[in-house]
Design a protein around this ligand. Structure first.
Ligand code: NAP
Length: 265
């Protein structure tokens, strides 16, 4: 009798949720979405979900063995470097195929005034040099890099309240993406923003801020992505499903995947 093909999705992103939604009704496949548990009220992907860290490489290795995982898709955020490294190590140790479903980075367009920096510390150095009214859209975990900057005023946007420390002069705005261009233009105008700080996350949900900065002539400090460990790279839902099909096809006794009628990227 054929066994269910078990896919572990390392998620916490729109890509992870879309993949879980695409696989949930596929006969012969069981997807398990894993979330870190950072957000108090996360939007749960459909299907089976587990929440919380695994306990490093050893914990993840033990998990994939105990759960008889057949393939892992690392659909975590491009800046979630530690879990990606752990996944690469655990899969190398166990021989389980690993794909990295990573959204394409944003690239400059005509009219953009971007300053590429390698990390958050360098972004803070840029702000010190030429920011006066700064829009920080870098999440909440690395805001301490900006805490010593007492001169600029900051608009800090995050999904949940930042834990601090925070710069002296600031306003915190708790909002969940997506954001429209009109909303971003209005927000930046209303706060007289003159510098935007962003991570090069890619994707559509938060890209309107870049179009708004372009429209308003606002400079952008763009934090580049950390290096990723090796994994089979995929940049679309269709490509990820094709990879899963390929891996599953390589194993014996599995029924063919019936493609569901769902939107793909
Ligand atoms: P990270 O620094 O790479 O990971 C730190 C630790 O959190 C990992 O070692 C692991 O703990 C645990 N972890 C992370 N992702 C996990 C997952 N999907 N399932 C189970 N455990 C996970 O990650 P991060 O930057 O804190 O991001 C945490 C989560 O938020 C990720 O799932 C990511 O996709 C999502 N996210 C991150 C960002 C960002 O800008 N970094 C933005 C949007 C969403 P153990 O070692 O104990 O296993």
């Amino acid at each position: 009798m054929s066994r269910t093909f078990r896919v572990l999705i390392l998620g916490g992103t729109g890509e992870g949720t879309a993949l879980a939604a695409a696989l949930v009704d596929v006969p012969g496949i069981e997807a398990i979405s894993s979330l870190a548990g950072r957000v108090a009220a996360p939007r749960l992907p459909p299907g089976h979900v587990r929440i919380g860290g695994f306990g490093g490489v050893d914990g993840l290795t033990a998990y994939v063995k105990a759960e008889r995982i057949d393939a892992v898709v690392d659909a975590t955020h491009p800046f979630a470097a530690r879990i990606s490294a752990n996944a690469a190590n655990a899969c190398a140790q166990t021989g389980i195929p690993l794909a990295a479903f990573v959204r394409t980075p944003w690239t400059r367009e005509a009219g953009d005034d971007w300053y590429d920096v390698p990390d958050m510390r360098a972004a803070a150095a840029c702000v010190r040099s030429f920011g006066t009214r700064v829009f920080l859209t870098v999440g909440r975990s690395q805001l301490a890099e900006f805490a010593e900057l007492s001169e600029p005023w900051f608009l800090i946007r995050a999904i949940e309240a930042p834990p601090g420390p925070l710069p002296r002069r600031h306003e915190v705005l708790l909002r969940r993406p997506p954001f429209t261009l009109a909303e971003e233009v209005e927000l930046m105008r209303s706060r007289a923003i003159d510098l935007l700080v962003a991570k090069n996350s890619g994707g559509d949900a938060t890209s309107a801020k870049l179009a708004a900065a372009r429209e308003l002539g606002i400079a952008v400090v763009m934090v580049q992505r950390p290096a990723r460990p090796s994994a089979h790279p995929v940049d679309s839902l269709v490509g990820t499903i094709a990879w899963i099909e390929g891996v599953r096809g390589g194993a014996k006794d599995f029924a063919p995947v019936r493609r569901q009628n769902r939107s793909c990227r």
